[in-house]
Write a protein that binds this ligand. Sequence first.
Ligand code: ZN
Length: 242
Amino acid sequence: MKFLVLSDIHANSDALEKVLGEASSIGADLIVSLGDVVGYGANPRRCVELVEKYADIKICGNHDLAAIGETDTSNFNTIASISIEWTSHVLSEEDKELIGRYDPIVSRDGCLFAHSSPSAPLEWEYIYTTRQADRIFREFSERLIFIGHTHVPGIISYKNGQAPQVEHSPLVRLDPSLRYLVNTGSVGQPRDGVGAASFAEVDLGAGIIRMHRTPYDIMSAQARIRTEGLPEPLAERLATAK
Ligand code: ZN
């Protein structure tokens, strides 16, 4: 089985459409969205529509729930709050209903999918370190655990009783004696300095995880943000990927 895991689309339809184009050439059996379909970017309705059409498993992110008034936003900074208010105004009732059906966490066929830490899926803990990964590996038993939320892609491997290791290659051959925590990075607002959409391809038959980077029309996404009058840093950020 081959599947793709996407996260943090953030209403960037230019990036999402390029990724879905690549998805069809890869020929995946299943697409998983790890959430934050909306927020920050200027085309939330199109992104909700595409996720509904193409994603088989849909997880909710903090921005998704904020846009439908179902999570606390007191820790959102000014720009995030402005963007969520705008998003909530633009989304139709039907869009909000679809977002309201996204799951907080899903386990299927030895794979666990969550937006942030699976330990408390609606508390939005950012996972960056091998120490945090160690706790997650001990708490869950799935062989592959997929998360997003930080917008920084990365793979950490784990062998029972040993310290987790960071994998440095974007192509990892699955070792049957190891388990893996995969942060798929962000489709629509990467923060690792690479201005290209990030997502993961998993081929269980071939035993590989491949991290993809797909270039897209950043200037088009920026133009939409400016046209809608959203805060300028949201446009600039796409180019710097910070
Ligand atoms: Zn996000």
